[in-house]
Write a protein that binds this ligand. Structure first.
Ligand code: ADP
Length: 244
C-alpha cells in the first residue's frame, strides 16, 4: 500500500514538474512569436519600434536559454546524486573564485561583496564545478534579492568537530542584509520553481531552479544546507561540508 502511494506521489510530482516547465517555456515563447508577428507586419518599417522589440526578444530568448541551462544542470545533478565525488578540492579557492566572478555583478548593483576566512586552503572531497555552482547561485541570489542592504558577506569557517558530521567540517555562509522573507517559506524554497515573490524573480531573470540545484549538489557531497531569514533584516544561507 505504502509503495503504491509513494509511486502515485512521484507520478504527481513528475506531472507538476512537466506542467511547470511547459508554462515557464511557453511564456517567453508566446512573447517571441507575438513580436515576430508584429515585426513582419505593422512594425516592418518602423526602425525605433523594431529596435525596442528586438531588445525585448533578446531578453526573452535569454530567459529561455537560462531555463534550459538550469534544467540540464538539475537533471545532471539529480542523476549524479548517488555518486560520491572523489577529487580532493580546495573549497577556499573555489569560494574565492566564485566571488571573483561575481564582483562585476556586485559592482553594478552597488553591493559591497566581502569574503573572509578563505585565505588558507581547506580540503574536501568534492566536484569543483558543482561547488562553484553552489557558491555562485547563493551569492547571485544575495546580490539580486538582498542587494538593497548594500553588502553581502561570504564567510568560510572550519571546525574540528562540525556538529552535523561529528567530525571535521567546513561551513560557508552567504549573508545579506536585504529584504529577507517570512521563514514559513523556508521548507519549500528548495523545491523546483518555488519563489517567494514570482514577479520579482522573473523581473530579476530568475528561473526558480537555483536553490533546487544547490540542494542536490550539497546532498551529493553529504553536506547540509541551512536557510535563515528575517523579514526586512536579511538572510543567511549556510552550507556545511565534511572536511577530508
Ligand atoms: P530564482 O531563479 O527565482 O532566484 P532560486 O531557486 O535561486 O530561484 O530561489 C528561489 C526563491 O528564493 C527566489 O525566487 C527568491 O524569492 C528567494 N530567495 C533566494 N535567495 C534569496 C535572498 N538572498 N533573499 C531573499 N529571497 C531570496
Amino acid at each position: 500500500l505504502v509503495d503504491i502511494t509513494e509511486r502515485e506521489q512521484v507520478g504527481q510530482i513528475r506531472r507538476d514538474f512537466v506542467a511547470n516547465v511547459s508554462h515557464e517555456l511557453k511564456t517567453p515563447l508566446t512573447a517571441l512569436l507575438g513580436f515576430i508577428e508584429t515585426l513582419k507586419g505593422p512594425a516592418r518599417n518602423d526602425a525605433p519600434a523594431r529596435d525596442r522589440f528586438l531588445t525585448i526578444m533578446e531578453r526573452e530568448a535569454e530567459r529561455m536559454n537560462r531555463l534550459v541551462r538550469d534544467l540540464l544542470s538539475l537533471s545532471r545533478v539529480e542523476a549524479e546524486e548517488r555518486m560520491r565525488p572523489e577529487d580532493r578540492v580546495d573549497v577556499a579557492a573555489l569560494v574565492e573564485s566564485s566571488v571573483l566572478t561575481l564582483r562585476p555583478m556586485a559592482a553594478d548593483a552597488k553591493v559591497a561583496l566581502t569574503v573572509s576566512g578563505a585565505s588558507a586552503p581547506v580540503w574536501v572531497r568534492g566536484d569543483a564545478d558543482q561547488l562553484v555552482q553552489v557558491f555562485t547561485n547563493l551569492i547571485e541570489n544575495a546580490i539580486k534579492y538582498g542587494g538593497s542592504g548594500g553588502r553581502v558577506e561570504v564567510m568560510l569557517e572550519t571546525s574540528a568537530r562540525e556538529l552535523a558530521f561529528r567530525g571535521p567540517g567546513v561551513r560557508i555562509d552567504v549573508v545579506d542584509h536585504g529584504e529577507g522573507f517570512d521563514p514559513v517559506h523556508i521548507p519549500r524554497l528548495t523545491e523546483r520553481f518555488y519563489r517567494v515573490d514570482s514577479h520579482r524573480s522573473r523581473e530579476m531573470g530568475g528561473t526558480g531552479l537555483g536553490l533546487a540545484i544547490v540542494k542536490h549538489i550539497v546532498n551529493r557531497h553529504r553536506g547540509r544546507f541551512r536557510i535563515e531569514s528575517t523579514p526586512r533584516e536579511g538572510s543567511r544561507f549556510s552550507i556545511m561540508l565534511p572536511a577530508s
